[in-house]
Design a protein around this ligand. Structure first.
Ligand code: GDP
Length: 344
């Protein structure tokens, strides 16, 4: 049905303890709880919120016909270090990002680092202003959109929220970024959306999902066009599993990958090739499902025939005969070293 676009790949960034993991948990949980089969893949380094789960989670039919993306693929490892290390096509693996800022704490060192990295990679993002449940005068409520939350709160709360929000807006302005509360923006090409959320109370998550989907659709269409052909991915985690041996959790961002394909990867001894012995995706619950072919974008677990010391962050490129092109590409990707002064 939605053939032309693949899922945009989403990464979550922000300062430690501002709620990145909690937000990912809520997004993952909403879909898992509401849909028993499929809909979401888990524990393979990335999970998907398909459109059906998306509409249920975002509690809306708005734009149903307009949204052509088949869902959103979230990278499960949050943080700017992960974001910078996961590359694709000379840029970031993530097409789009959520920058999480604790609305009560405001900017912190890793908030600034995240902004700098997002700017450097030219990655569009929304801001999730988290922990709005800690703002004074909060009337306890859970599982609600931000739109509806405001009607349930006293004026004092809404005023306190806006005060904090505009402190953030001013801070962003110092970094040369124009931002505003998402429901007050008229031109999304000029202003970055801030969505007030509470991961703890599951507030505003639906609004954030809608903003992400809208943003991806409007500004990324060309980047997220589905490209067929040989699979290309980025290895995000290398694990040793008792039953399977060495496994590569990989985000496949282009083309398709088949069992038996030869895959070029980057190892400690340089580029290497091995046959794909098995491919798994997440099934119901925590079970893995074996697949003979997978299509982008998707989080997959790959088992190679040979024991290679694959480097996490390595490109994974399917090849037919000639390994040279794939090796060149792998060398090129590993040579792009963007210096980072990171402490988290
Ligand atoms: P991360 O380091 O950015 O991944 O942050 P975590 O998701 O681990 O959250 C850090 C702490 O903040 C944890 O104790 C969470 O329970 C808490 N937390 C996260 N989101 C919220 C929220 O919306 N409200 C409140 N009150 N606490 C939150």
């Amino acid at each position: 049905m939605y053939k032309s676009l693949r899922q945009p790949i989403v990464c979550v960034l922000g300062h430690v303890d501002h709620g990145k993991t909690s937000i990912l948990d809520v997004i993952r949980g909403t879909s898992v709880a509401k849909k028993e089969v499929g809909g979401i893949t888990q524990k393979i380094g990335a999970f998907e919120v398909d459109m059906e789960s998306f509409y249920r989670a975002s509690r809306t039919e708005i734009g149903m016909n307009k949204l052509k993306i088949p869902g959103l693929l979230f990278i499960d490892t949050p943080g700017h270090v992960a974001f910078s290390n996961m590359r694709a096509r000379g840029g970031a693996l993530a097409d789009i990002a959520i920058l999480v800022v604790d609305i009560n704490e405001g900017f912190k060192p890793q908030t600034v680092e995240s902004i700098e990295i997002l700017k450097r990679f030219k990655t569009p993002f929304i801001v999730a202003a988290n922990k709005i449940d800690l703002i004074p005068f909060f009337t306890n409520i859970k599982n609600i959109s931000f739109r509806d939350l405001q009607k349930t709160q006293r004026n004092e709360y809404n005023e306190e929220l806006d005060k904090r929000l505009y402190n953030l807006v001013n801070k962003f302005y110092e970094f040369g970024l124009s931002t505003d509360r998402y429901d007050r923006i008229t031109d999304f090409s000029k202003t970055i959306a801030i969505v007030p959320v509470s991961a703890k109370m599951a507030i505003g998550i639906s609004d954030a999902l809608l903003m992400l989907a809208g943003l991806a659709q409007r500004f990324l269409e060309r980047n997220i066009e589905y490209v067929g052909g040989l699979g290309k991915g980025t290895v995000i985690e290398v694990k040793k599993e008792e039953s399977l041996g060495l496994t590569l959790d990989t985000v496949l961002y282009q083309g398709s990958l088949k069992k038996g394909d030869r895959l070029a990867v980057s190892t400690r001894n340089g580029p290497a090739v091995s046959k794909v012995k098995a491919i798994f995706v997440s099934g119901k619950g925590k079970k893995l499902l074996e697949k003979s072919e997978v299509f982008s974008a998707q989080g997959i677990r790959v088992v190679l025939a040979d024991k290679l010391e694959v480097i996490p962050g390595s490109p994974a490129i399917a090849i037919v005969n000639d390994t040279r092109e794939a090796f060149d590409e792998i060398m090129k990707e590993s040579q792009i070293n963007i210096p980072l002064s990171l402490n988290g």
